[in-house]
Design a protein around this ligand. Structure first.
Ligand code: ADP
Ligand code: MG
Ligand code: MG
Length: 251
């Protein structure tokens, strides 16, 4: 599904090199997790995949089902099936949640050369998906994320993911601020959307999140590279011993 090869990234405006040869291969239907000390480049990896400005790729590639992502505009990446869940969802006053979702879905359909979804069809689909994710209908009428609790923002993010039906979902949950309930929400959302044609890359500090998600592969990133990969036991090792032991071992 996603094949990242020898990815090197620097800041566009400075000489600072952040990613120093990332290799990562995620099969269809697989869930991979990336853990690693602060500042190792985990968020940068997700931004570069999504096409955020300010980063320059100096070497390497990132293929989604064989197609180069790194040369596409962000909206083209979304159209071919990439989804990035933000750690801190943006509040958009004055834009209703339903309008926002419908605009996103139709923009994606347009980019794929498909017809817009009618208002009636959209309503049916969004209601069904919201219900499956236990999202209150009332939340759909409010402006996007405005005044939403942390948990509601997480739910909303999962709903966006469900509506866009991406092939490759990247979730960056790095920094603190995710309580146990929000963590469970994210995990339940990921598990509900898991399927043969959809893969996940979950970036997290929390072994507990991975307890609920049970990833196929866990990677440790340090200083711009993936330095170790293994099964879920690798996350437990981090939880019990921190990163120091693993980093000393790979050195
Ligand atoms: P992580 O998510 O693993 O904590 P980041 O990708 O956020 O790591 O950051 C990796 C390194 O790159 C850090 O040293 C960070 O300060 C630096 N960095 C990332 N983006 C920028 C930026 N836009 N401007 C300056 N430094 C940045
Ligand atoms: Mg960080
Ligand atoms: Mg980060």
């Amino acid at each position: 599904m996603l094949e990242i090869k020898n990815l090197h990234v620097k800041l566009e405006e400075e000489d600072k090199i952040i990613l120093k040869g990332v290799n990562l291969s995620i099969g269809a239907g697989q869930v991979h997790a990336i853990m690693g000390p602060n500042g190792s480049g985990k968020s940068t990896l997700s931004y570069v995949l999504a096409g955020r400005e300010g980063y320059a790729v100096t070497e390497g590639s990132a293929l989604l089902e064989g197609t180069e992502l790194l040369e596409m505009e962000p909206e083209e990446r979304a159209a071919v099936g990439l989804f990035l869940a933000f750690q801190y969802p943006v509040e958009i006053p004055g834009v209703g949640n339903m309008t926002f979702l419908r605009t996103a879905v139709n923009a994606q359909r347009k980019a794929r050369g498909e017809d817009e979804m009618s208002a009636g069809d959209f309503l049916k689909v969004v209601r069904a998906k919201a219900k499956a994710l236990q999202i209150d209908a009332e939340m759909m009428k409010r402006p996007v994320n405005v005044g939403f609790s942390g948990g509601e923002k997480k739910r909303n993010e999962i709903l966006q993911m469900a509506m866009l039906e991406p092939k490759m979902c990247v979730l960056d949950e790095t920094d603190s601020g995710l309580d146990v309930d929000a963590m469970k929400l994210v995990a339940d959302g990921v598990n509900a959307l898991r399927g043969a044609g959809r893969s996940f890359l979950v970036i997290t500090h929390y072994q507990r999140l991975l307890d609920h998600i049970a990833p196929d592969v866990v990677h440790i990133m340090a200083d711009g590279r993936i330095v170790k990969s293994g099964g879920p036991e690798l996350a437990l090792e981090v939880e019990n011993n921190g990163y120091a032991g693993i980093l000393a071992e790979v050195e």
